[in-house]
Design a protein around this ligand. Structure first.
Ligand SMILES: *Cc1c(COP(=O)(O)O)cnc(C)c1O
Length: 410
C-alpha cells in the first residue's frame, strides 16, 4: 500500500481507520500451506484475531476452517457460511451449558479440563466426538501474558494427568477424535515447539479413534523492521517428517491442524490516525493522535511494539517523537521513535494492526469505533462502518421520567 493511497482512504472513510489487505492474508495462508504440503494439513483460522464477516468469508474461500473460543464466535462462523464441522470450539473456563450449546450447533468440541470432560462423557458417552486439549508444559511464547503452555498455565489437561484422562475416557467410552495443544503466541524457538509436538504425538499413540492432531498456533511475525519471525519453511520440513513417522506408527493417515490467527492477519492490517497536536515539552516532543488505547490497546496492554510511520510526509526529515493518544490516562503508542517530521493533521500509520487490535477495541471515554476497510485486488471495500453516538446508546435502556421527582432518600 502506498502512503498516498492510505491518506486518500482516510479522506474517503474518515480517520482513524483500519485498513486490511486481502493479498497479504492470502500470501500468509499460502506460505503456511506450502510449507506443509507434504502432510494432510487443515488450517483453522483463529477468529478472535480479527472477526469481521468479510475476513471470515475470505478465509473460507481459501478452504480454511475456523477456531473459536466462545459460543458467540461459533455463531459468527456459522453466519459466515462455515459448516458446523469446520468450526472448532476451544473454550477455557466456560460453563457446561455453553459447551452443550456448541454441541447443539454441531461444532467440533475441544475440552481442556477433566471436570468438563467427565460431564461431557456423562451427557454424550460415545455419541459425540470430542478433542482433548493437553498441556505439554513447554516454555514457548513471547511474554508471560501470551505464553499459555507452561506449568502454571490455566490451559489444557496436564500431560502428567494422562492416566486420569485415560481412565475417564474408558469409564465413559468417550469418542476422542483429536488431541490438541496451544502453547502461546510468538514462538521463535522451533526446537521447543517440536519438543512439545513430539510429546503430544507420543501421547496420541494411546488414543485409537483419532482423526487429527491439532498443534495450535503461535507463529511469530515481525513487528520491527529488524525482527525475526518463525521460520515456517524449516518448521514445515521438520514437523512434516515427524508427523509422517507418527502416522506410520499410528497406522493411519491423520490430519495435521494448525490454528493461526496472528500469522494470517497481523501484517495485513494498518491503523491510520490523524495528528491533533504536536507538543514540545521540556523533555520530549509529543505527537498526539485522534485515538488511544480504546482503539488500539496492545502497546499499553502487552508492551507491544508497533512500527509507526508518517504516511503524509514519507520524505520528511526524521525526528524523535513520543506518540500518544487522547485518552485521559496514560496511553503511549511509542516512546522516542524516529519518524519523518510530523505536522498537525498528518496521518500516522501503525503496522501489524490486523490481529488483536479491532477485536480488542472498546468505547472507553465514550469514543466511537473507527471504520474498517478491506482491500481486494487494490479495490477498497468498507467492511464495517464507523460507529456513531446512537451505537453507543443502542443497548442502554431509557429510564424515562424515573428521576423527574427527587429520589427518596434511603
Ligand atoms: C488465540 C488462539 C489461537 C491463535 O493464536 P495466534 O497467536 O493468534 O496465532 C489459536 N488457538 C487457540 C486455542 C487460541 O486461543
Amino acid at each position: 500500500m502506498q502512503n498516498l493511497d492510505l491518506v486518500k482512504l482516510t479522506e474517503q472513510y474518515g480517520s482513524p481507520l483500519f485498513v486490511y489487505d486481502a493479498t497479504v492474508i492470502e500470501r500468509q495462508y499460502n506460505r503456511l500451506t506450502n510449507a506443509f504440503s507434504q502432510v494432510d494439513l487443515k488450517l483453522h483460522y483463529a477468529c478472535k484475531a480479527l472477526n469481521n464477516q468479510a475476513i471470515l468469508k475470505l478465509m473460507r474461500s481459501f478452504g480454511a476452517g475456523l477456531d473459536t473460543v466462545s459460543i458467540e464466535e461459533v455463531h459468527l462462523g456459522l453466519k459466515a457460511g462455515f459448516t458446523p464441522e469446520e468450526i472448532m470450539y476451544t473454550p477455557n473456563g466456560v460453563s457446561f451449558e455453553e459447551i452443550k450449546q456448541a454441541v447443539e450447533l454441531g461444532a467440533q468440541i475441544n475440552i481442556d479440563n477433566l471436570v468438563m470432560l467427565e460431564k461431557f462423557g456423562h451427557e454424550y458417552g460415545h455419541s459425540y466426538p470430542v478433542c482433548v486439549r493437553l498441556n505439554p508444559h513447554i516454555l514457548a511464547g513471547g511474554n508471560h501474558k501470551i505464553s499459555v503452555g507452561h506449568i502454571d498455565s490455566k490451559f489444557g489437561v496436564s500431560i502428567h494427568q494422562v492416566r486420569h484422562l485415560k481412565r475417564l475416557i474408558e469409564a465413559y467410552n468417550l469418542h476422542v477424535n483429536g488431541v490438541h495443544m496451544h502453547t502461546g503466541s510468538d514462538i521463535l524457538d522451533i526446537e521447543a515447539f517440536l519438543r512439545g509436538a513430539e510429546l503430544l504425538m507420543d501421547i496420541a499413540l494411546d488414543f485409537p479413534e483419532l482423526e487429527y492432531i491439532d498443534f495450535g498456533s503461535g507463529f511469530k511475525v515481525p513487528y520491527k523492521p529488524s525482527d525475526a519471525e518463525t521460520n515456517i519453511e524449516e518448521l514445515g520440513e521438520k514437523m512434516s517428517a515427524l508427523f509422517a513417522d507418527f502416522c506410520k506408527q499410528y497406522g493411519k493417515q491423520l490430519t495435521l491442524v494448525f490454528e493461526p490467527g496472528k500469522y494470517l492477519v497481523s501484517q495485513a492490517g494498518v491503523f491510520l490516525a490523524s495528528v491533533n497536536v504536536v507538543k514540545q515539552t521540556t523533555a520530549t516532543v509529543f505527537a498526539q493522535i485522534n485515538s488511544g488505547f480504546n482503539h488500539f490497546i496492545r502497546p499499553m496492554f502487552y508492551d507491544a511494539y508497533h512500527h509507526i510511520t508518517n504516511a503524509s510526509n514519507p520524505n520528511g526529515q526524521p525526528r524523535i517523537y513520543t506518540v500518544t493518544g487522547y485518552i485521559c490516562e496514560t496511553d503511549t503508542f511509542g516512546w522516542d521513535r524516529s519518524i519523518n517530521e510530523i505536522r498537525e493533521g498528518d496521518i500516522l500509520c501503525f503496522n501489524n494492526a490486523g490481529a488483536y487490535v479491532f477485536t480488542m477495541a472498546s468505547n472507553y471515554n465514550s469514543r466511537i469505533k473507527p471504520a474498517e476497510v478491506l482491500l481486494v485486488d487494490g479495490q477498497a471495500h468498507l467492511i464495517s462502518r464507523r460507529q456513531n453516538i446512537d451505537d453507543i446508546l443502542a443497548t442502554q435502556v431509557d429510564v424515562g421520567n424515573l428521576f423527574d421527582k427527587p429520589v427518596e432518600s434511603i
